[in-house]
Design a binder for this molecule. Structure first.
Ligand code: UT7
Length: 321
């Protein structure tokens, strides 16, 4: 049994913030942001829009496009580190909103790797025969946790959501063929949201993302190269078999490092970070939905999704479409 994708959806808030806009209130400029990150603009949710609000639109689209009866949904998994509340989870909010009474629901916390972790978990449930129809979502609103005076972080992130509907197939060579997940907890200190958890419920240490950009950059380059190499090997393939690589959209320089090393043509790598910045767990499913809508994925293609992020964590999934 394999898990294959039969519906996709994504959603971003309407408000566009350009590099130029940021340079009006923080000491930065369009040239620096473009050359160091590749980002040109990002989307920001307003104060009335939560992670669930973005996730529900993406999830609804994926569910509708899959044509699966909501009653037949077995499980909802959401990758997020910016849930509306510590509990209930975003996934249970979706379970209610989408009217899927027979679905179990839980969130996965793996920061920017969250969607790859959730997808791999869902695939394992399908392969084991435990569940048939699973909705997997990646959604985050990290811009609500930015220190707008810290130019080292506030220019990087944006908000968004992406979702896929999975169903089981008897075809052995279709769907998610291999997954690789990993963590390097010793590097956790390099990317932290210190406030709001049980160590600091009153957020005395602030509720802002703090990052050692250089350390995370080094890890990201290693993690992307390692996870893609391993997932391809696990599927019994080589890098030449990849038709489309969809990496986590954090920084074009991280992507270019790895693409150069792999000698992959540009046409085989999907990049949309110029429009959205780093949308954390939403980044990969948002890019996947766009790539599919753009006609960049056809039946039989080998698509590799790869992410890395706080934890530190990394994960990749190889899909035969
Ligand atoms: O999902 C995972 C999340 N995170 C990532 O993937 C981030 C990984 N790291 C990165 O992408 C990069 O490290 C950054 C984009 C965050 C920073 O790029 P960098 O090339 O490592 O720059 P840097 O931190 O070494 O800073 C170089 C200079 C510094 O000035 P001095 O000390 O050389 O005078 C910074 O103060 O650039 C300055 N700088 C800026 N200047 C204008 C840092 N941020 C900015 C900015 N605008 N926004």
């Amino acid at each position: 049994m394999r898990a294959k994708i039969i519906g996709l959806g994504s959603h971003v808030p309407p408000k566009v913030v350009t590099n130029q806009d940021l340079s009006k209130f923080v000491d930065t400029n369009d040239e620096w942001i473009r050359t160091r990150t590749g980002i040109e603009e990002r989307r920001l949710s307003d104060e009335n829009t939560s992670t669930f609000d973005l996730a529900k639109v993406a999830a609804q689209k994926a569910l509708e496009r899959s044509k699966i009866d909501p009653e037949k949904l077995d499980l909802i998994i959401v990758g997020t580190t910016t849930p509306d509340t510590l509990f209930p989870s975003v996934s249970t909010m979706l379970q209610d909103h989408l009217k899927t009474p027979n679905a179990a629901a839980f969130d996965v916390s793996a920061a920017c790797s969250g969607f790859n972790f959730a997808l791999s978990t869902a695939a394992a449930y399908v392969e084991s025969g435990s569940y048939k129809n699973i909705l997997v979502v990646g959604a985050d609103t990290l811009t609500k946790y930015l220190d707008w005076k810290d130019r080292g972080t506030c220019v990087l992130f944006g908000d968004g959501a992406g979702a896929v509907m999975l169903t089981s197939t008897e075809e052995r060579d279709r769907g998610i063929l291999a997954s690789v997940l990993g963590a390097k907890g010793e590097g956790g200190k390099h990317l932290i949201m210190p406030g709001g958890g049980s160590r600091d419920p009153e957020e005395k240490n602030g509720r802002f993302i703090t990052m050692n950009g250089k350390e995370v950059f080094k890890f990201a380059v290693w993690a992307l190269e390692h996870s893609v190499t391993e997932v391809v090997k696990k599927a019994g393939m080589t890098l030449n078999n990849i038709d489309l690589l969809i990496p986590h959209q954090a920084n074009i320089r991280i992507i270019n490092h790895v693409v150069k090393k792999f000698n992959l043509p540009e046409s085989k790598v999907y990049v949309n970070l110029q429009k959205y910045g780093n949308t954390s767990a939403a980044s990969v499913p948002l890019a996947l939905d766009e790539a599919f809508s753009d006609g960049k994925i056809k039946e039989g293609d080998v698509v590799v999704l790869a992410g890395f992020g706080a934890g530190l964590t990394y994960g990749a999934n190889l899909i035969r479409w």
